[in-house]
Design a protein around this ligand. Sequence first.
Ligand code: SF4
Length: 470
Amino acid sequence: MADLISIKRKESLHDHCGVFGIYAPGEDVAKITYFALHSLQHRGQESAGIAVSDGIKLRSIRNLGLVTSVFNENNLSKLKGYIAIGHNRYSTTGGNTKDNVQPVILSLKHKVFAMGHNGNVVNVANLAKKLGNIKRSSTSDTEILAYTIYKSPGLKWRDKILAAIPQFKGAYSIVACSKKRLYAFRDPWGFRPLVIGKLNDYHIVASETCALETIGAVFVRDVKPGEIIEIDRKGFHILGQIPSNKKSFCLFEYVYLARPDSIINNELVHDVRRKSGELLAKEAPVEADLVAAIPDSGTSAALGFADAAKIPFGEILIKNRYIGRTFIQPEQHIRELGVKIKFNPMKKIINGKRVVIVDDSIVRGTTMKKIVEILRKCGAKKIHLRICSPPIRWPCFFGLDTPSKKQFIANGKSVAQIRKFIGADSLHYLTLDKLIQASNQEKNSLCVACFNGDYPMEVNYNFKKNIFEE
Ligand code: SF4
């Protein structure tokens, strides 16, 4: 049986990162960024960083750990200025080391540039080759992107950015700042979300709208795919627009990655998940006494399922929200704690019931199998699994940390075989068309590659070395 940490890491899919940027003279931009990063913590929990400029000097604090452990009143008070960018990281390229914590800071020949990236640029090996010998201080691809900008022609950062960005291929929602300006750019496919907000008279960019609401800002609009934006005292200006041939917003943002209270492409994520639950109930009806979720990501969908199926919704698993990223592993004889520490079942409610468990997705299936075992021990009469997305069979190259293809439970297995492995009485996955219907997006504006292998671009990835190749 896998240890506790590996259960957590292998069973969930992790987004690459959360980004935030603010230009607001007179405001405590470091503290505002701290609170925004706190609300974007779900997008990356390995490390956090904030860089602040006062127009003359750019200072930063970056470290491994959650936002609450990296920052405190004391260190934040040292970040004085009026421009800030912040970043929460989950590593997909480059390891989880202190050197790789973002924002990446380039400080070369009197020029300073800080940058935070959400996504994966798939031609990073080509970009690195073009750069030749550079003095690297990390192994993250973001540093290559920052160097590409730095080495691009132009005296001003805006010219360098405009020259560099069209060379990037892949997923990038980026915030960056020089000593005097804030920048935001999003890839022309629009894989990852990026929004513009307003706080009093000043502008903000953030991965998700939940960060705007937390700090009392209002939503202005999405950064459009391919847009390159500069923000200064006068507001935000569109510096450039990379033509977008094929929009490919990540459908999995709606399924699992984004917070349910965020609005993406005009849709509240909670509503999309709820709708997917309703459609699932119609697609695969079942007789049961109770609908329950795997907290928290399955909750919105389970509510939708329960409503449409006219079966009561109830909590049966209580999630311990206070598990950090590292915790002590139990002894061999209490290994079941691996799941139980995370989810404690309420036997009194489960005993004798026919239960429908609704969840967003199944990755390797090992946690779900354990949950089913625990529910059986608690006396569940029937356990029906309903999953609000199609089976994941293909890895993601656009900013989500997925295992290799052969590690997916759905790889090479039929739904009947997966059901048998997990030990449930029935199993149904929502079909792709119905999931797209729930998202209320145009089919051809979405990336759905992890469900059907139809990648929006060619990718040259070496699984053995875990790197993108030329
Ligand atoms: S492959 Fe899947 S997770 Fe990755 S961007 Fe496409 S839909 Fe999202």
